[in-house]
Design a protein around this ligand. Structure first.
Ligand code: SF4
Length: 369
């Protein structure tokens, strides 16, 4: 495995102004419905840079049976629109602190035989002990793919413990990426920590810091730093690599059906592996990006009047109000509420929002006339 810190596929060549459609490949080529679910804002950390609205010291978890009923209703409505593959992505606050989180995951897992494909993701500070992670591994073993975005909080966590938990996940067929917001004034310091994880064969996402309205990246990056944000630390399949080294075979169930019969393995003649995002320009030429997290670094985030699958192929559930929305940035009226009910769209709808800034929103398939 190459240890290049830069992508060999130069993302800055992508003609962003000329792109007419794009999306995450798993959403373009599978009958996959995406749910981004914020389980509550309660968090055990209090990081200096955390936005006040993103966390709370007060436990604000909704009852587990309501979560289970909501999961069932989402699947019922999505199946009515011919989606029978599901990706549930959980965040918070800290999702692992919801007392019913593993019960909810087990409910998801138990439905794998009725679905074409199921996967889960969580964004976690990895604060639970190793015993909790062993239960997490067991609970999710019937899912086709399990991934974690591990938020690295230098003020609270220990680098070596953090690394060891990630290696345990990798050995159990779980894909992990460490997320780091690269504040311009602390760039060098943060970059040293990013290199520690990178050199331990762990994916790191270097995220640019956004302004307070989350519409633009902040000023203050040098040219060299911007180059790192554009092309630095490309995502690699370190889980497969680690399992290979330890001679461990994947036992995950394979996808039963692909919506358009197209393999999700990237065409290696045109793009390297691990490219999650496919873009098509006006001439029909395909371009690839490893992950939607890079869109903001290229300021490719304005899709007003494009057609977007948010609300049709994916929803977000947000707390503390329990709103169910198309996606995070969308200015549309919510689709409903977790307590009182919701209705998913039955087709892609036009975007009426000036900036689309979250990576969850960016990866939803979009196209323009
Ligand atoms: S803001 Fe919402 S509707 Fe607009 S492109 Fe982004 S996800 Fe789609």
């Amino acid at each position: 495995m190459s240890d290049s810190k830069f992508s060999e596929y130069d993302f800055s060549q992508i003609p962003f102004g000329d792109i007419k459609s794009f999306g995450q490949r798993s959403l373009l080529y599978r009958n996959l419905f995406n749910v981004s679910w914020l389980l509550g804002r309660f968090c055990n950390y209090k990081c200096s840079y955390c936005w006040p609205y993103a966390r709370s010291d007060v436990k604000d978890h909704r009852p587990t049976d309501l979560l289970i009923r909501t999961m069932d209703e989402i699947k019922k409505q999505a199946r009515a629109n011919d989606f029978n593959s599901f990706h549930f992505s959980f965040s918070g606050g800290e999702p692992t602190l919801h007392p019913g989180f593993l019960t909810l995951l087990s409910h998801l897992s138990n439905d794998s035989m009725n679905s074409d494909y199921q996967s889960t993701h969580m964004t976690s500070n990895l604060s639970p002990g190793i015993g909790w992670f062993k239960k997490y591994i067991e609970t999710t073993e019937n899912l086709s793919r399990v991934s974690i975005t591990a938020s690295w909080h230098r003020e609270f966590a220990n680098k070596e413990d953090f690394r060891d938990k990630i290696h345990l996940m990798q050995e159990n067929d779980i894909h992990v990426t460490v997320n780091m917001v690269m504040v311009p004034t602390l760039f060098e310091e943060f970059y040293k920590e990013a290199l520690f994880f990178h050199e331990n064969n762990i994916n790191v996402t270097l995220k640019p810091q956004s302004n307070t309205s989350a519409t633009k990246i902040v000023d203050g990056y040098t040219e060299e730093q911007l180059k790192l944000l554009h092309n630095g630390m490309p995502q690699r399949n370190y889980t497969e690599h680690r399992m290979g080294q330890k001679n461990i075979q994947s036992k995950r169930i394979q996808t039963k059906k692909l919506d358009h019969g197209i393999s999700l393995t990237t065409n290696t003649e045109t793009a390297p592996q691990s490219m999650q995002i496919e873009l098509t320009d006006r001439s029909g030429k395909k371009w690839y990006l490893d992950q939607a997290e890079r869109f903001n670094a290229f300021e490719f985030n304005k899709f007003k009047d494009w057609y977007c699958h948010a609300g049709f192929q994916g929803i977000v559930i947000r707390e503390p109000d329990g709103a169910i929305k198309r996606s995070y940035s969308c200015h549309d009226e919510p689709l409903g509420n977790i307590e009182t009910g919701f209705q998913i769209f039955n087709r892609p709808m036009k975007c009426n929002t000036p900036s689309c800034v979250s990576s969850v929103d960016n990866k939803m398939p979009k196209f323009r006339d």
